[in-house]
Design a protein around this ligand. Sequence first.
Ligand SMILES: Cc1cc2nc3c(=O)[nH]c(=O)nc-3n(C[C@H](O)[C@H](O)[C@H](O)COP(=O)(O)O)c2cc1C
Length: 303
Amino acid sequence: MPSLATKLGTLDLATPFLAASGTFGYGSEYAPIVDLKNLGAVVTKSLSVQPREGNPTPRIWETPAGMLNAIGLENCGLDVFLAKKVPDLAKLPTKVLVNVVGHSVQEYAEICKRLDGVEAVDGFEINISCPNVKHGTRFASDAADCARLFGAVRPTTKKLLMAKLSPNVTDIGEIARAAVEHGADALSLINTLLGMAIDVKTRKPRIANVTGGLSGPAVRPVAVRCVYQAAQACPKTPVCGIGGIRCLDDALEFFLAGACCVQVGTINYADPDLLNRLPGQLDAWLKANGHENISEIVGKVAI
Ligand SMILES: Cc1cc2nc3c(=O)[nH]c(=O)nc-3n(C[C@H](O)[C@H](O)[C@H](O)COP(=O)(O)O)c2cc1C
């Protein structure tokens, strides 16, 4: 019998399928329709020290095979998160990764420090890659800034630290190495690609923020390429693939490129049942192909 269990650094995941930040609330919102125990983890909406209102509307626009969004990291802030969200997260029958965002190195460090003792939190996804806020990708586009950030955050927690990288860079391998060499236990990628759409009748941008982040199936080849390059740059570091997954074959592409698990994002809006189907489909695929678990195919792209 194949096993769907997989490891992300020190974390044991029930399956390699995680729900992506910003597309799955805090997990409990989806409990009526998704069997959460079949997920490897829920990744929460980005959390900042202070609450954020996000960007003005319109904040989303559907594109061919994807969507643009510029939500602007709207969230309740750390105090409300601790008081109101953590009790519900503690009840989820899956692992919880808190996605962390900040204006400064100190803000990232403060969140990790204050959540380090919280049992419901299994680890952190450090979001250095949001294209929809001012300076959102500074830590993901400059290797020295990235190194400084992980150097400051690492001492604040023993929990898993996963660096969420941006595709909007020249050399993703360089940024991946900087994160890992300064304390990241794992890498996740990609966040959205910076995009723009214009209403030709009104001549106005479709998104009030003017630009937004492109996600969905349109970005998958970029994401698979980024995962491949990051896995090559950091061969000992677990990689979580994200970007445009809408069926099992899409996830398999990421495993072959070097990911040990994947996050499912935009498709949750169109096909929230996908996360229920993927584990059974992977189990059948592993059996049919004579594999015990996915570790046998991770990074096995035939080049
Ligand atoms: C509406 C929306 C909100 C998002 N919010 C966040 C966020 O708060 N933090 C974050 O790190 N990524 C956020 N993302 C990015 C996703 O987690 C994911 O990296 C990206 O959408 C690519 O995966 P996908 O094509 O499967 O959606 C958001 C994406 C969407 C579509």
